[in-house]
Design a protein around this ligand. Structure first.
Ligand SMILES: [Zn+2]
Length: 219
């Protein structure tokens, strides 16, 4: 189906950048739980980012109470040992999610409500909280891919394409589901959206909207 790649072909929101985070932190982000990433430098980037797992497991992360309670559950985690990565085979150096950097503020007591934000300490006297929103895990992690410490770093085009296709597929599913209202679903909704992008203009979009909104009033 040609429509699955319509965002990539249309040139609008294509996922192009990534952040590398060590597991298990990256996996807690992908699961939608970890909404703050801690950095020692201010992050000026805003917008969508692919979340990439680093090549090595973070042992301290595996011991962290927040990680353990995320994984084992609030009731059970204290009876469980640290996570050592064996629970997550084949997830290193993979794109595991897409998130959005919504903001970045300097950490200080009470700065935000997230339990994932670290406070400054003797090792890291300055900490910045990178605010993450709208995180979606990829159903099929993409990779392995070599990461980078830069924030952001640019995804190789073939990797970006694979990530984008998963996002597009999901969007098309959502559009199709939204269109399925009783028996009034326009079967060619996907093609209409594709036409809108390919024409690059409002004419096709307006036409498709008129078709969706008007007519027999069942929509
Ligand atoms: Zn904060």
């Amino acid at each position: 189906m040609a429509a699955v790649a319509f965002l990539a072909e249309g040139g609008t929101p294509v996922i192009a950048n990534a952040i590398t985070v060590r597991a298990p932190w990256a996996l807690a982000i992908a699961s939608g739980f970890k909404d703050v990433e801690n950095r020692t430098r201010q992050v000026h980037y805003r917008g969508q980012l692919a979340v990439h797992t680093a090549a090595t497991w973070c042992r301290l992360g595996g011991q962290d109470p927040r990680i353990r309670s995320w994984w084992w559950g609030e009731q059970n985690w204290q009876n469980q040992g640290p996570l050592d990565g064996t629970e997550f085979p084949n997830l290193m150096r993979r794109i595991v999610a897409v998130t959005t950097v919504a903001g970045c503020h300097r950490a200080e007591p009470g700065c935000c409500e997230s339990r994932w934000g670290d406070q400054p300490n003797t090792i890291n006297p300055v900490v910045w909280h990178v605010e993450l929103a709208d995180t979606e895990a990829l159903l099929e992690p993409v990779g392995p891919v070599r990461g980078s410490l830069s924030l952001p770093w640019q995804l190789p085009p073939d990797v970006a394409e694979k990530v984008q296709h998963q996002l597009d597929d999901r969007l098309m599913d959502a559009l199709a589901a939204a269109a399925v209202l009783g028996d009034s679903a326009p079967a060619d909704l996907a093609d209409q959206v594709l036409a809108r992008v390919q024409d690059g203009g409002s004419a096709a979009w307006k036409a498709s909207q008129a078709q969706l909104d008007g007519g027999d009033g069942r929509g």
